[in-house]
Design a binder for this molecule. Structure first.
Ligand code: PMP
Length: 363
C-alpha cells in the first residue's frame, strides 16, 4: 500500500518550487493587505472603487428577461459575438464568433488551450521570467515545463534559444505580450522569426507545434504603440484573454480562448475545446457575466491615466536610485532589488506596509 493519501498530480504540483512560492506568498499577502494604509503593488488588483458603468452593466445583466435566464449556459452567442467583434479590432483579423470559447478568466483559457492540443508527457516551452502560473497549469495538464531565458537587456524573446529548446516532444510554446512582468511588447520582427522557427521545427519533427498567445494586457499599451498579436503571425495559435485586467475586476472570472480565422481545419478542434469545457467541470463563466459582455466590451480602460501612473512611479523610483525600465504595456514595474536577496528586501518593504512580489517568484 502506498502512503500517499492524495494523487500524484497534486503531489507534483506541490513539488513545484515556483508554485509553492506563489501559494505561500498569496496567503501572507491576503493577511497583510488588510492592514490599514498598506500600499499594495503586489498583484493586478484594483486600487479604486469600481467604475459605476461596470456595476451598471452587471446589474442590467442580472434582471431576467425569460424563464431560461439562469438555465445551464455554455458559450453564449451574445458574448461570443461581442468578443469576436472586439478582438477582431485589437488583433487586426476577422475572428468568428464560433471560434470564441468563454472561460472563467485567463487561467482557464490557458489550461483549456494546453489540454486541447497537448497530451500528458508533451513539453511546453515558456520564457523566463514567466507569469508564475504557467508551470502549475502545465503540470496540472500532465505536461513538462521547459524554460527559456529572454534577452536580459532588451527583454525581447530569445528566438534562437527557443529553437534550441524545442524537441520532438514539444507541443506548445507560450508567449505573453505585453509581458507580465517585463512590460515588453514583442515587435513584429521577433514574432515573424518565432513563427518561422515553429513552422520549421513542426515540419522537421512531423508534429505540429502550437503557439499559445496569452494576452490579457493586449489593450493596455502606452505611448501610442501598436499591439501586434502573435496570433497574426502563426496560424496554429490559440489566444487566451481575460476581462480581469482591462476592467480591473479580476475577481469576476470571465475571459475566453479564441482560434484565429487563419487556422486550417479547426472544426475538430472547436468540438474538442467545447467537450473539454464541459468535462473539466462545466468551466463556463456564470450566465450574468456572459450577458454583460456586450456592454463590458464598450467600457474602455483609461490607458492615459495608467500611463501617467507609470511615468510617476518610474520617475520616482529612478530618483530614489532604483534601476527600473519603462514598460511598454501592462501595469507592472520590474525594478531591480537593491539587496542581493530580493526576498529579504521585499520583507523590509512589507515592514513599511509596501507590498511587492520578490523577483525570485518570477524565477
Ligand atoms: N496571464 C497573465 C500574464 C497574467 O498576468 C494573468 C493574471 N495576473 C493571467 C494570465 C490570468 O488572468 P485572470 O486572473 O484574469 O484569469
Amino acid at each position: 500500500m502506498d502512503n500517499l493519501l492524495f494523487s500524484q498530480r497534486a503531489a507534483n504540483l506541490q513539488a513545484s518550487a515556483i508554485f509553492r512560492m506563489a501559494y505561500d506568498f498569496f496567503g501572507t499577502y491576503n493577511q497583510r493587505r488588510q492592514v490599514p494604509n498598506t500600499l499594495d503593488f503586489a498583484y493586478g488588483n484594483p486600487h479604486d472603487m469600481a467604475d459605476p458603468a461596470y456595476v451598471e452593466a452587471l446589474g442590467a445583466a442580472l434582471i431576467p428577461r425569460d424563464e431560461s435566464w439562469f438555465a445551464y449556459k455554455s458559450n453564449e452567442a451574445m458574448a461570443q459575438e461581442a468578443a469576436a467583434a472586439s478582438l477582431s479590432r485589437v488583433a487586426g483579423m476577422p475572428f468568428e464568433p464560433a471560434d470564441i470559447f468563454m472561460t472563467t478568466g485567463g487561467f482557464t483559457a490557458i489550461s483549456l488551450a494546453l489540454k486541447a492540443v497537448a497530451d500528458p508527457g508533451d513539453e511546453v516551452v515558456f520564457n523566463l521570467p514567466p507569469w508564475f502560473f504557467y508551470e502549475p497549469l502545465a503540470i496540472e495538464a500532465g505536461l513538462v515545463p521547459v524554460k527559456v531565458g529572454i534577452n536580459q537587456t532588451t527583454f525581447d524573446l530569445d528566438v534562437e534559444a527557443i529553437a534550441v529548446a524545442i524537441t520532438p516532444r514539444t507541443k506548445v510554446v507560450i508567449v505573453n505580450s505585453p509581458n507580465n512582468p517585463t512590460g515588453k511588447l514583442y515587435p513584429p520582427r521577433t514574432l515573424e522569426r518565432l513563427a518561422a522557427v515553429l513552422d520549421e521545427a513542426s515540419m522537421r519533427h512531423g508534429r505540429r507545434i502550437f503557439l499559445v498567445s496569452d494576452e490579457p494586457y493586449n489593450r493596455i499599451v502606452y505611448d501610442g504603440a501598436t499591439f501586434h498579436s502573435p496570433v497574426a503571425f502563426y496560424p496554429y495559435s490559440l489566444l487566451a484573454y481575460s476581462y480581469g485586467k482591462t476592467l480591473l475586476a479580476p475577481g469576476q472570472r470571465i475571459g475566453y480562448l479564441a482560434l484565429p480565422p487563419t487556422m486550417p481545419d479547426r472544426d475538430e478542434l472547436r468540438r474538442g475545446i467545447e467537450t473539454l469545457q464541459m468535462s473539466i467541470g462545466w468551466a463556463f463563466p456564470n450566465a450574468i457575466l456572459q450577458y454583460a459582455v456586450p456592454r463590458l466590451e464598450e467600457l474602455s480602460i483609461d490607458v492615459g491615466r495608467l500611463q501617467r501612473k507609470r511615468d510617476h512611479m518610474v520617475a520616482a523610483l529612478q530618483e530614489m536610485g532604483y534601476r527600473v525600465h519603462r514598460p511598454e504595456g501592462t501595469f507592472y514595474l520590474f525594478p531591480e532589488s537593491p539587496l542581493a536577496d530580493d526576498r529579504e528586501f521585499s520583507e523590509m518593504l512589507a515592514g513599511e506596509r509596501v507590498l511587492v512580489i520578490p523577483g525570485t517568484n518570477f524565477e
